[in-house]
Design a protein around this ligand. Structure first.
Ligand code: HEM
Length: 150
């Protein structure tokens, strides 16, 4: 008998691993000079959303969609000006958090590859436009750049 293929979520250790990963990740984001200005003072809500998202992203139960509807992840990030530099900083925090969580080897490679593709998909602003004034506050842009400003 062949075992059914494990999801990345199961291979990583399921809910306790995702919880530790999310804690380790946002601890780094909160200290990161590039990412910090985009986030609110309180990480509670974004941690809860990210825990649910990563669970389903890696093949676990669809907790994000159950609670918040379709992820539409790129759309939900459009109110922030995200440059390649932000994607690199995000991935560096995530890579370190994965290692702290004990995710290594081929499992790390498979998970990180998916995260990398998604992070670059979130980029909506070239590096040279990072500091362009919006009239709505420099970091948390407010408007749906590219949609309602189009
Ligand atoms: C590329 C760099 C990225 C930056 C700079 C970024 C930044 C942000 C910010 C600022 C928020 C909102 C925080 C708040 O105000 O509550 C957010 C939300 C979120 N991010 Fe990212 N993010 C990035 C990439 C990613 C990636 C790669 C993923 C998933 C693999 C992801 C998943 C999420 C989720 C699930 C939320 C909550 C969405 C919601 O329900 O509204 N982000 N992100």
């Amino acid at each position: 008998m062949t075992e059914p293929a494990k999801t990345l979520y199961e291979a990583a250790g399921g809910a306790p691993t995702i919880a530790r990963l999310v804690e380790a990740f946002y601890r780094r984001v909160a200290e990161d000079p590039v990412l910090r200005p985009l986030f609110p003072d309180d990480f509670t809500e974004v941690k809860a959303r990210q825990t649910r998202f990563l669970t389903q992203f890696f093949g676990g139960p669809p907790l994000y969609t159950e609670q918040y509807g379709h992820p539409m992840l790129r759309y939900r990030h459009l109110r922030f000006r995200i440059t390649p530099k932000h994607a690199e900083a995000w991935l560096a925090c995530m890579s370190a958090a994965m290692q702290e969580t004990g995710i290594t080897g081929p499992l790390y490679d498979a998970m990180f590859e998916r995260l990398k593709r998604t992070a670059y998909h979130m980029v909506n602003t070239p590096d040279e436009d990072a500091d362009r004034p919006t009239g709505q506050g420099a970091d948390r842009a407010g408007g749906l750049v590219g949609i309602d400003n189009a």
